[in-house]
Design a protein around this ligand. Structure first.
Ligand SMILES: Nc1nc2c(ncn2[C@@H]2O[C@H](COP(=O)(O)OP(=O)(O)OP(=O)(O)O)[C@@H](O)[C@H]2O)c(=O)[nH]1
Ligand SMILES: [Mg+2]
Length: 327
């Protein structure tokens, strides 16, 4: 096996921004194989500068179209942009929706834009782990910003805020009872609240309601210290509000650095990544070929009401640490 030189050339090509090498490494990293793991170790010292931006909101809320307009602005500023689009639904297409495919085609010939779809079907820490590993690859390859786009389905909505430095919470007019559709706590995750499809008549009412709700949640703007999440109306048809949004993202990035919040968030992202990794490594251990039958036995015992899942989990963990000590 002559994997060694191959790995180092793969990572050096990634560091040079080679699009094909990046695509190949992303697949390796998603499959979590040896080549992927080794390359991440080489890339690690080259990471840490990209602005990780989370975009979340309801299905069909105009997230992808919005990100496309952001790409257009950032490209005009000479930035190289990566997008990780997480699709919870379609294992058939490997996560890419038709709209995402059209968007990918638009930027196909531009090496300064890389769009990757990922299916979020892996349970447990899979989403966070795969997403942040892919973000590391883009970061090392010199992409900045790196956008993580996900449909807000309650849990994912909050999860994305733990993976990003700046979170855009998308709200869309004309979806019933305006802000009442917001789940409790969802507003807090938005560093910037974006009302998309501002060309629709209901956009004004929605942004007014969102500002009221913000006041109820965070207090009067002048009384609160720190960052005030702005509500920005955008239309991807007319490009209204897109320059304002680009500016607000830049403002938030500067605020993070100046306030010291950047370190807090970097630490939170690292902790999220480690927790996700431990979770999936433990599951791999517990369901490995040598322990698989024990795991299945425990499931039988739970079904037979002989043991609680809590106790079964403790027993399995105790067994692993016992084996570790003996080896
Ligand atoms: N009128 C109007 N329609 C828009 C705007 N932005 C997006 N749309 C339309 O809204 C629909 C959904 O847009 P997407 O960008 O695919 O929305 P999404 O949030 O990424 O959707 P999912 O990824 O499927 O959750 C498409 O038909 C768009 O053409 C806008 O600014 N104005
Ligand atoms: Mg989309």
């Amino acid at each position: 096996m002559t994997d060694g030189p191959k790995q180092s050339s793969l990572s050096s090509r990634v560091l040079e921004g080679d699009v094909q090498a990046i695509a190949r490494l992303l697949t390796r990293v998603e499959n979590d194989d040896e080549v992927g793991r080794a390359a991440l170790e080489i890339l690690l010292p080259h990471t840490g500068s990209a602005h990780l931006i989370g975009v979340t909101g309801p299905p069909g809320g105009g997230k992808s179209t919005l990100v496309n307009e952001l790409i257009r602005s950032w490209r005009a500023d000479g930035k190289r942009v990566a997008v990780i689009a997480i699709d919870p639904s379609s294992p058939l297409t490997g996560g890419a929706t038709l709209g995402d495919r059209i968007r990918m085609m638009e930027w196909h010939a531009d090496p300064g834009v890389f769009i990757r779809s990922m299916a979020s079907r892996r349970f447990g820490g899979g989403l966070a782990q795969n997403t942040l590993a892919a973000a590391m690859v883009f970061d090392a390859a010199g992409f900045d910003p790196v956008v993580i786009e996900t449909v807000g389905s309650g849990q994912d909505e909050v999860a994305i805020a733990e993976l990003a430095l700046t979170t855009l919470l998308v709200q869309v007019p004309g979806m019933g009872d305006s802000v009442q559709t917001l789940k409790a706590g969802a507003l807090e995750i938005g560093d910037i609240v974006v009302v998309t499809k501002a060309d629709r008549p209901e956009a004004n009412d929605l942004s007014r309601d969102l500002r009221r709700l913000q006041t109820l949640t965070f207090g009067e703007p002048e009384s609160a210290a720190g960052w005030q999440p702005p509500v920005i109306r955008t239309s991807s048809l007319t490009r209204e509000g897109i320059p304002d949004l680009v500016a607000a993202i830049g403002d938030h990035r500067r605020w993070l650095t100046e306030s010291g919040e950047l370190d807090v968030r970097l630490r939170r992202i690292a902790a999220t990544q480690l927790a996700a990794r431990v979770q999936s490594d433990l599951m791999d251990e517990l369901t490995s070929p040598i322990r698989h039958s024990l795991f299945a036995t425990m499931v039988d015992e739970i079904l037979a009401k002989a043991i609680t899942p809590q106790r079964a989990s403790q027993l399995l963990l105790a067994l692993i640490s016992h084996e570790e000590r003996r080896s």
